[in-house]
Design a protein around this ligand. Sequence first.
Ligand code: FES
Length: 109
Amino acid sequence: MPQPIAHLQQFDASPSRGVALPDGRQAFLVRVHGRVSAFVNRCPHQQVPLNLPDGDFLEAGGELIQCGMHGALFLPESGECVFGPCQGRFLEPLAISIDAEGNIHLASE
Ligand code: FES
């Protein structure tokens, strides 16, 4: 079994976290209303990482993903940008699976 990219327990301390994928890409996971979703860490506006250094991936209310560069907001369910310069475009989603121990894997692995 390949290495998990995260564990459910990690979201108890913070609802979002950045991870490096086995292929070298940067990604992030968020947990909103108990549902974990994962995306490539690249804003569709200017193709840069969403989190400022040491920054979070969620806006202050914890409901929407936020790009720290120009403040675009994205739905955690779909990655759709609903506010900001890339409105109507999408983050690149990553399919994940969660095993019985809470380990989170890329679904393609
Ligand atoms: S680079 Fe993300 S909103 Fe501009």
